[in-house]
Design a protein around this ligand. Structure first.
Ligand code: PEP
Ligand code: MN
Length: 301
């Protein structure tokens, strides 16, 4: 155990879902520090108080053709970061015939995309054994909601010194999320971006919607944390027609970045076909988001 992690008067007297003064003073003191932190990915990409980078792309890196098609389209719109998972967590072990994880081959396609377009890449680290391959290509590591408290993974991801997107688990309190974030910071990596991606809820108001975007969490996090907070309305609502409004409400809530899932042919997406925006809708959302974010003194990147 590192010496500076031992706190003599650490109290566990008030175990609670909500964050106490005691937590802020002792348990999550780095993540709640008052200093404003911006996360720089490259000279022209920064997550900060003034900027709002968009991360766009399909759920999975299904094929070379798909990822190139997406990359060329988003680049034309001025989007600078592409997402897509070559290693893919699935809720259930079964999968359709047209789905396969593209694994190392998918990462190689991402490498080609980077070389060809200059886009930066976000991809998910699903298991520690993939870290070496993922960190070779990824400009930002995504820790998915299901791994939010995989402490060994957080530690090893932090050691890469790459920027990290930490997604809140759909059942986790902000207290638990910030505890996980603190694990990354104590490893000496403060290129940390927190992501709100929706929560389990007794009602989501439509059978095709899966989680509920917790806009209130964005506001609450902004009060506590000076690291960038981003929003993922796609994984929250799971229902593409609702995503545009949830993007706009996230901007109004003060988010410092967005993950938007999009696909050239959503209904044939190998996973979660109800979730991605098609190209036309995505373009509309980007144009409108630029206008809205100006009102909040933010620049969409
Ligand atoms: C994803 O980004 O594709 C993903 C699986 O996200 P989450 O961990 O939020 O479900
Ligand atoms: Mn997904």
């Amino acid at each position: 155990m590192k010496k500076n992690l031992i706190i003599n008067n650490l109290s566990n007297k008030e175990p609670t879902k909500d964050i106490t003064e005691d937590d802020i003073n002792f348990k999550i003191k780095k993540i709640t520090s008052k200093k404003n932190i911006s996360v720089k990915v490259s000279d022209d990409i920064i997550f900060s108080k003034k900027t709002l980078p968009i991360i766009a792309g399909p759920n999975g890196v299904e094929s070379r053709e798909l990822i190139f098609k997406v990359a060329k389209f988003i680049k034309k719109l001025g989007v600078k970061i592409i997402r897509g998972h070559a290693y893919k967590p699935l809720t259930f072990p079964y999968r359709s015939k047209n789905y396969k994880e593209s694994l190392g081959e998918g990462m190689d396609w991402m490498d080609e995309v980077k070389k060809y377009t200059g886009l930066k890449v976000v991809t998910e680290l699903t298991e520690l054994k993939y870290l070496e391959r993922v960190q070779k290509t990824s400009d930002i590591l995504q820790i998915g909601s299901r791994n939010m408290q995989n402490l060994e993974m957080l530690k090893e991801a932090a050691k890469t010194k790459l920027p990290i997107i930490l997604k809140r688990h759909f059942g986790a309190s902000l207290r638990d999320m910030l505890g996980a974030a603190e694990h990354i910071l104590v490893e000496g990596n403060n290129k940390l971006i927190l992501c709100e991606r929706g929560v389990s809820s007794p009602h989501t108001h439509r059978s095709t919607s899966r989680f509920m975007l917790d806009v209130q969490a964005i506001v609450a996090l902004k009060e506590l944390v000076k690291y960038p907070i981003i929003s993922d309305p796609s994984h929250a609502s799971f229902w593409a027609p609702w995503v545009p409004s949830l993007v706009y409400s996230s901007i109004a809530a003060g988010c410092d970045g967005l993950i938007i899932e999009m696909h050239p042919d959503p209904k044939n997406s190998a996973v979660d076909p109800l979730q991605p925006l098609n190209f036309k809708k995505f373009k509309e959302v980007i144009i409108k988001s630029r206008k809205i974010s100006k009102f909040f003194n933010k620049k969409i990147l």
